[in-house]
Design a protein around this ligand. Structure first.
Ligand SMILES: Nc1ncnc2c1ncn2[C@@H]1O[C@H](COP(=O)(O)OP(=O)(O)OP(=O)(O)O)[C@@H](O)[C@H]1O
Ligand SMILES: CC(C)(CO)[C@@H](O)C(=O)NCCC(=O)O
Length: 414
């Protein structure tokens, strides 16, 4: 579902739901939103089935804390269209105020509203948010949020991580007690590689500027595609061998077996574009797109592997919106990791790939009060044992999660 359709759905369901918490990740390319919608009597869209599990929608926990039952929702906007995001938030603001505000149901003054935000845009657009919405952005560190989001998803969300090889997607069972260390590779506009050793224990060990922004930026210039999905779609139909120079092109059709290179291995990405006397117009946009996607994905796979090797890490989780659950992207990254590590390291992907930072920012409400409502525990509803899941952060991707991957959860408030 594209974001505009998504937004119109959100708008129509908004009046039916109660949004009590919201966090933003404002990146170089995309703005990501995570927000919690309470179930209430009028919230019928999210399924009677879910509601029937929750007889008491705003009950009390054993410790006498209010328990809010609902779902975490996800949305995204292009950063260049930040006004769409502001419009959306403007229409949500009232809900936010009322529900996160005072217990007598009155909205707090807007200048008292803080929204957790991470990513570079939390700095760049802070004044804009203040000016247009009257809300302040409470800034959270981007790397910290990515790690918090990743740990949360990996520990607490059922069927979050999966491998993808030869067209086969396989969910990976994660043992929350045996998660660390791992390498987190977040492929956004640029790429960050983070060695994660525990909750809040991490180091950004590497990065590359050849990321999703490079694919989209170069792709737009070279193919005249109007949007990212179109460029990605094009790559389906393309043949990179028209554009890339293969080992076989150099070696007269044979492998260079002595150093382990088959004739079909890419020797030089876009290499044929140099040797041919063709102009850009002589190439099919789909071949260019495929070659570009392969080049960026291969490069990230290789650098990731080298960093995993550097620190002796066997597991590499790839996230960020560049991936978009796209088969060819995931396959290329997996093959690169598998090839370079000789099968020793494993590339894994996350269902909520682009929302790690926003989720991390959302979780940071744990640490701080928002107008008297503090999220300090999100409880797993589906069967993973609470004791094996580590700290106090539980949640689940319910079996009847919607197509946008919303997550059913419970928030304990003070
Ligand atoms: N609809 C879209 N519009 C633009 N880019 C998209 C879209 N969908 C996926 N992408 C890809 O996702 C990338 C952005 O991913 P993501 O949102 O994870 O990063 P970001 O937070 O914007 O970047 P950074 O963290 O580097 O600031 C884009 O560069 C592009 O490759
Ligand atoms: C600058 C950030 C962290 C912003 O999200 C990201 O785009 C990135 O990691 N870029 C790669 C920068 C580098 O390490 O070369």
């Amino acid at each position: 579902m594209d974001h505009l359709a998504h937004v119109s759905n959100l708008r129509s369901s908004q009046s039916q739901t109660q949004i009590s918490h919201l966090a933003l990740d404002i990146g170089g390319s995309l703005i990501k939103l995570v927000y919690f919608c309470r179930y209430d009597d009028s919230c019928r869209d999210d399924g009677d089935e879910l509601r029937s599990q929750n007889d008491s929608l705003c009950s009390k926990s054993d410790n006498n804390q209010p328990v809010l039952e609902g779902r975490l929702h996800f949305a995204k906007f292009e950063t260049s269209k930040i006004n769409d995001c502001l419009d959306f938030l403007r229409s949500m603001k009232l809900c936010l105020g009322v529900n996160s505000g005072s217990h007598d149901g009155t909205a707090p003054p807007s200048d008292k509203i803080f929204i957790k935000a991470t990513g570079g845009g939390a700095y760049k657009f802070a004044d804009l948010f203040k000016e247009k919405l009257g809300v302040s952005l409470d800034k959270e560190d981007e790397m910290e949020c990515l790690v918090t989001g990743a740990n949360f998803l990996l520990k607490a969300v059922h069927q979050e991580a999966f491998t993808y090889l030869d067209g086969q997607k396989e969910f990976v069972q994660i043992d929350p007690n045996d998660l660390y260390p791992y390498l987190l590779v977040n492929i956004g506009s640029g790429v960050s590689m983070i060695k994660v050793d525990g909750d809040g224990k991490f180091e950004r060990v590497s990065g590359t500027s050849l990321g999703g922004g490079t694919f989209w930026g170069l792709g737009r210039l070279l193919t005249k595609c109007k949007n990212f999905d179109e460029l990605l779609e094009l790559s389906h139909q393309g043949n990179n061998r028209i554009v890339d120079m293969l080992v076989g092109d150099i070696y007269g059709g044979t492998d260079y077996a002595k150093i382990g290179l088959s004739s079909t291995t890419i020797a030089s990405s876009f290499g044929k574009a140099i040797s041919d006397s063709k102009e850009l117009e002589d190439y099919q946009p789909e071949d260019v797109s495929r070659s570009l996607l392969r080049m960026i994905s291969n490069n990230i796979g290789q650098i990731s592997y080298l960093n995993a090797l550097r620190f002796g890490l066997k597991r590499i989780f790839f996230a960020g919106f560049f991936i978009r659950g796209h088969a060819y992207t995931m396959d290329t990254i997996s093959v690169a990791v598998n090839f370079w590590s000789k099968g020793e390291a494993k590339a894994m992907f996350l269902r909520h790939e682009g929302f790690l930072g926003a989720l991390g920012a959302f979780m940071s409400y744990e640490k701080q009060c928002l107008d008297g409502l503090m999220v300090h525990k999100m409880q797993q509803k589906f069967p993973i044992s609470a004791s094996s899941a580590g700290d106090n952060i539980y949640c689940s991707l319910s079996s009847n999660s919607d197509e946008n991957g919303s997550i059913e959860c419970t928030v304990y408030g003070t």
